[in-house]
Design a protein around this ligand. Structure first.
Ligand code: C2E
Ligand code: CA
Ligand code: CA
Ligand code: CA
Length: 279
């Protein structure tokens, strides 16, 4: 069962670690990949719905496997978590994204926010905040330009402990987004107990907007709640103008998704940033 360890939150059971031949092979592969720099970061822009300006980018990791080609994170993140390699991979992502996006900020795009996905195992480390802040320092990356994305399950696992961590990050002006919001839990009260900045509406809701099903009223409810709590609402997985118009009518703040193309290299993102209006 999930429980609390001495050092903080424990999300993973030892029993969860599967040592299937497939996983063992991938673990070996992942270690080599980290050493040989086989990872790459692509970015996906977040666009304000009213002005069409880019407000930030989410960093998404990719693995360029020498034989298997590009591997999506859903295939290797779970293995990286089970083997704790996610800690090294997480550091790699943070370091590389910060160094790249720092240059865009220096060029004058100083209000953009870099969003980085954080795995439960990273947060579980008692030195997480210290290491995180130190990494930003090393990369000369301003805290106010950094947002971390955490899922509901991480935030709710241990409220007091999370409050400590997030308040500490808040002191460095680092903001927090709830990733995949709306699919995990029915309890909502935790949101008021934590310094949250952004609600990322899970992409599964976008289908209901497109198909005009009753479920789309859940999106309206999430946006209304976000407004009431003065949170920024970002809809994920936006693929059509129909969805954008609907979200705009409901007062959603920003959108992210394939409507603006697939996640792309930093170089292409910088060009994207220099274009002015996108909607
Ligand atoms: P996520 O954080 O929910 O990221 C959104 C995923 O949806 C991304 O998949 C993105 O490419 C995809 N997506 C974006 N727009 C659209 C759209 O319009 N339509 C559809 N159908 N899909 C869209 P990706 O890059 O494969 O990432 C999958 C998951 O892997 C992420 O889900 C995140 O949980 C995890 N992940 C990615 N990078 C990292 C990382 O650096 N660290 C950690 N811990 N996890 C990561
Ligand atoms: Ca995310
Ligand atoms: Ca998400
Ligand atoms: Ca997701």
């Amino acid at each position: 069962a999930k429980g609390r360890g001495k050092k903080g939150i424990q999300f993973f059971d030892k029993g969860m670690k599967t040592s299937s031949p497939h996983h063992l092979a991938m673990e070996r592969d992942l270690r080599r990949a980290l050493k040989n720099n086989e990872f790459e970061i692509v970015y996906q822009p977040q666009i304000t719905i009213n002005t069409g300006k880019v407000i930030g980018f989410e960093a998404l990791v990719r693995w360029n496997h020498p034989e298997k080609g590009k591997i999506r994170p859903c295939e290797f993140i779970p293995v990286a978590e089970e083997t704790r390699l996610i800690e090294d991979l997480g550091d790699w992502v943070l370091h590389h994204a910060c160094c790249e996006v720092r240059e865009w900020i220096k060029k004058g795009h100083d209000t953009i926010r870099l969003s980085v996905n954080i795995s439960p195992l990273q947060i579980e480390n008692p030195l997480f905040v210290e290491n995180f802040v130190h990494m930003l320092d090393t990369c000369q990356f301003p805290g106010k330009n950094m947002e971390i994305e955490l899922t509901e399950s991480i935030l709710m696992a241990d409220l007091e402990h999370m409050a400590q961590i997030l308040n500490h990050l808040h002191k460095h002006s680092i903001t927090v987004a709830i990733d995949d919001f709306g699919i995990g839990y029915s309890s909502l009260s935790y949101i008021q107990k934590l310094p949250i900045h952004t609600l990322k509406i899970d992409q599964s809701f976008m289908q209901s907007i497109q198909n005009e099903t009753d479920e789309s009223c859940l999106v309206n409810a999430i946006i209304a709640m976000g407004k009431g709590l003065h949170l920024c609402t970002v809809a994920e997985g936006v693929e059509t103008m129909t969805q954008i118009k609907y979200l705009q009518n409901q007062g959603c703040d920003a959108v992210q998704g394939y409507y603006f193309g697939e996640p792309r290299s930093g170089e292409k993102c910088l060009r994207f940033l220099e274009e002015t209006t996108l909607i």
